[in-house]
Design a binder for this molecule. Structure first.
Ligand SMILES: [Zn+2]
Length: 81
């Protein structure tokens, strides 16, 4: 079955999806990979501890923002290169 990615609007085959978690928001494997990379950055930046419920909740907020494009402060920060 084909689906449309909520993030990039591309169609992708559901059979290409390796991680079922990514279908919480319909996202293509590429965007999901992008999110997982981003999530690591968020976890480092915010010093999130995934064993704490509040921290997991905070990350879910970023996840929602990432896929629904409502992301605020982190994305606006200039990149340090
Ligand atoms: Zn996508």
């Amino acid at each position: 079955m084909s689906k449309t990615c909520i993030k990039c609007n591309r169609t992708f085959e559901e059979s290409e999806v390796e991680d079922p978690t990514s279908q919480k928001y319909p996202s293509c494997p590429d965007c999901w990979k992008e999110w997982t990379t981003y999530a690591v950055m968020v976890m480092n930046e915010m010093r999130l501890d995934m064993s704490l419920p509040e921290h997991r909740k905070a990350l879910r907020k970023y996840e929602k923002g990432f896929f629904e494009k409502t992301l605020g402060e982190l994305e606006k920060k200039p990149e340090n290169k």
